[in-house]
Design a protein around this ligand. Structure first.
Ligand SMILES: *Cc1c(COP(=O)(O)O)cnc(C)c1O
Length: 398
């Protein structure tokens, strides 16, 4: 049998060294749990990077993928295939959007919506082409999205960046107003900044962004790649903040493990025409069968409401830890996208310690832990995870 050390050696030899991997080799998963090649189990509070919103290997998803794989996987968008249409209908019926285009990732979804915004500017705003995005945002790693992502670490090695994106501070409507010119066609914002450290918008901020976009005929775009499909306790994150964007992007949880992204817009903003955009794999029968099966479960079992309730339960327990450990300064985030901020840079050590005791978590910054378990995580699993975290904080924090 190949050992963990052998697998690590293979990775070190053959794979581009772009990520510092965690030390385990994972071979199977079910619900909130994953198992490594030595059959040790872990509670997965990373959910495959906020992807497994209804848990790993949900039976409805497994069955849909199995069935579809035996029917037809891929044809291209030259032809009609049915799972794509089923998922399109669920997304439109449950959002303020009217139309969807499927692609394969979050970055691609944001690229697509940026093309839509530029065409809007070209045809309705005398050629305006600039999109305002936020500092500490995360929109993906393509050339366009590196310029959209307002973080030096994702930009500085790849200058010159693609022109047409202006980064301003999050939670600052005056900064958006000051950056707006006759060259502006859109504003793109995450309802809650995920990768940027679980940064929650101030009351009224997203409404101010919407009002400013409406008043100036700009496309109001929300990047729901991380917040969509129930994570914040509503089907889409914007619904938690009582706003109505003109366009939005989805990926991560959309495919429930299949690589699937989407961008959506209201009818008024549906300016893309035949030939303007496309994708070989985008919306193929296999990925959308997975996505449609997951979306059906999310709607029928009202998973967003479960996330809201479970999120309150988990947050309550984390606030108790904050009271116990004075080095914890903040516990934040709606639903089941939760950040824990600490005074010193112990997040990576905490992650290593909880892993040893069977819990996967993410250190999104040296001082910030991020928790994003499946939305149907049980209270017993939360109790178990918080006990492991409590022990790690006690050991490392003192
Ligand atoms: C992860 C993420 C992306 C990028 O998605 P990929 O599928 O990795 O390209 C874009 N926006 C947000 C908000 C994300 O969290």
């Amino acid at each position: 049998m190949t050992s963990t050390a052998d697998y690590k050696a293979l990775e070190a030899k053959y794979y581009m060294q772009v990520v510092n991997r965690r030390p385990m080799v994972l071979v199977r998963a079910e619900g909130t749990r994953v198992w490594d090649n030595d059959d040790k189990s872990y509670l997965d509070f990373t959910a495959g990077w906020a992807v497994l919103n209804i848990g790993h290997s949900h039976p409805a998803v497994v069955e849909a993928v199995r069935e579809q794989a035996g029917l037809i996987n891929q044809m291209s968008n030259l032809f009609y295939t049915t799972p794509q249409l089923k998922l399109a209908q669920i997304l439109v019926d449950n959002s303020c959007m009217d139309r969807v285009f499927f692609c394969n990732s979050g970055a691609e979804a944001n690229e697509g919506v940026s093309k839509l915004a530029r065409k809007w500017g070209k045809t309705k705003l005398n050629g305006a082409h600039q999109i305002i995005t936020m500092n500490n945002s995360f929109h993906g790693r393509t050339f366009g999205m590196m310029a959209a992502t307002g973080q030096a670490a994702y930009q500085e090695n790849w200058v010159p960046l693609m022109p047409g994106f202006v980064n301003v501070d999050f939670n600052d409507i005056e900064a958006i107003k000051a950056a707006t010119s006759d060259q502006t066609c859109a504003v793109m914002v995450e309802p809650v900044q995920g990768e940027g450290g679980v940064n929650v918008p101030d009351d009224g901020y997203l409404r101010q962004v919407q009002d400013w976009c409406n008043a100036n005929n700009l496309v109001f775009i929300v990047d729901e790649v991380q917040t969509g499909m129930g994570r914040l306790g509503t089907m889409f994150g914007y619904q938690s903040y009582d706003v109505e964007p003109d366009a939005m992007t989805l990926a991560k949880a959309l495919g429930s493990g299949a690589p699937l992204g989407a961008f959506m817009c209201k009818e008024e903003f549906s300016v893309l025409e035949p030939g303007d955009h496309g994708s070989t794999f985008g919306g193929n029968a296999l990925t959308t069968a997975s996505g449609a099966a997951a979306a059906e479960v999310i709607v029928e079992e009202n998973i967003p409401a479960q996330a809201a309730k479970t999120g309150e339960y988990l947050t309550g327990k984390l606030i108790a830890l904050k009271e116990k450990y004075d080095f914890i300064t903040d516990v934040r985030g709606p639903g089941l996208l939760i950040g824990i901020e600490m005074t010193s840079e112990i997040a990576p050590a905490v992650v290593t310690e909880v892993e040893a005791n069977g819990l996967l978590m993410n250190a999104i910054r040296p001082t910030i832990l991020r928790l994003m378990p499946p939305l149907n995580v049980s209270r017993e699993e939360i109790d178990e995870a918080v006990d492991i975290l409590d022990a790690a904080l006690g050991k490392i924090g003192s």
